[in-house]
Design a binder for this molecule. Sequence first.
Ligand SMILES: Cc1ncc(COP(=O)(O)O)c(C=O)c1O
Length: 335
Amino acid sequence: MNVVDLRSDTVTRPTPAMRGAMAEAEVGDDVFGDDPTVNALQERIAAMLGLESALFVPSGTQSNLLAIMSHCQRGDEYIVGQMAHTYRWEGGGAAVLGSVQPQPLAHQGDGTLALADIAAAIKPDDVHYARSRLLCLENTLGGRALPVAYMRDATALARERGLATHLDGARLFNAALALGVTAREIARHFDSVSVCFSKGLGAPVGSALCGSRDFIARAHRWRKMAGGGMRQAGILAAAALHALEHHVDRLAEDHANARRLAAGLAGLTDVTVEAPQTNIVFVDVVGERAAGLLDHLKARGVLATGLYRLRFVTHLDVDAEGIDRAVAAMREHLS
Ligand SMILES: Cc1ncc(COP(=O)(O)O)c(C=O)c1O
């Protein structure tokens, strides 16, 4: 039985065409700056986002860490959402490794941080306080796309108050698709942007941190220190280049499959389905109806995560038929 793995968009396997591109990649030692495929990827993603420069890194976590450490000094702070990956799911790396403290803020219902809350969190220049240096936003956040006007206003506020701005765009292309704009139109509001190739884009490894030439030079130094220098990394960069070429437009299929799943689950009692904006569907199941649900799904070859709030993520390796199997398995348990 084929497993329908909806736990995350990170579970994809490289397609045969992607593996072909990896096998044929020209490589060199990237720590010497010699890898032509890494260099091509860095130039490509920087140009796509309209930023000066880019750095290929092993993971989104390292990309965000390097961004915070390159914008901030020891004793600075970054303003960030309570549910943002850079704050909640990166092991406290900015504080532990960078001596940069987070200033987390509660999200509004739509995932944004209220401008008034951001303004109030920016500390005065006073020895009692850490120096507020950076605003970090995330798009998409929990599958929701923050509106372009919001990103414009939040980053304008940060800039007026002397803060730099970073976007965790692990799923930047999903956000762009949902908002009906180019990735560049989002990136232009930020000083730096991190993009993951290993999520919806379907590459096995890798992210890029993009920003000004000076900023990327600082990040490059931190990447070396963090042990992120990879040698013949062109094999991995080739997968990312292939993904940028072939897997961006098809994200529309993932969004359509997420809507198909949500529609299939509509009308079940004791179940609330959040209308998906991108490729992530949250399903709240009341009380004991949730008991045994994940095991029931697993026995039918459908994988998801959660407890009472289940999360289903669509991606390259799931098609409409797989979605229909997931819907049928859910209905069998909950009807
Ligand atoms: C929004 C977001 N940012 C950053 C990351 C970190 O990426 P990685 O797992 O490559 O470290 C993730 C991972 O799922 C993520 O969802």
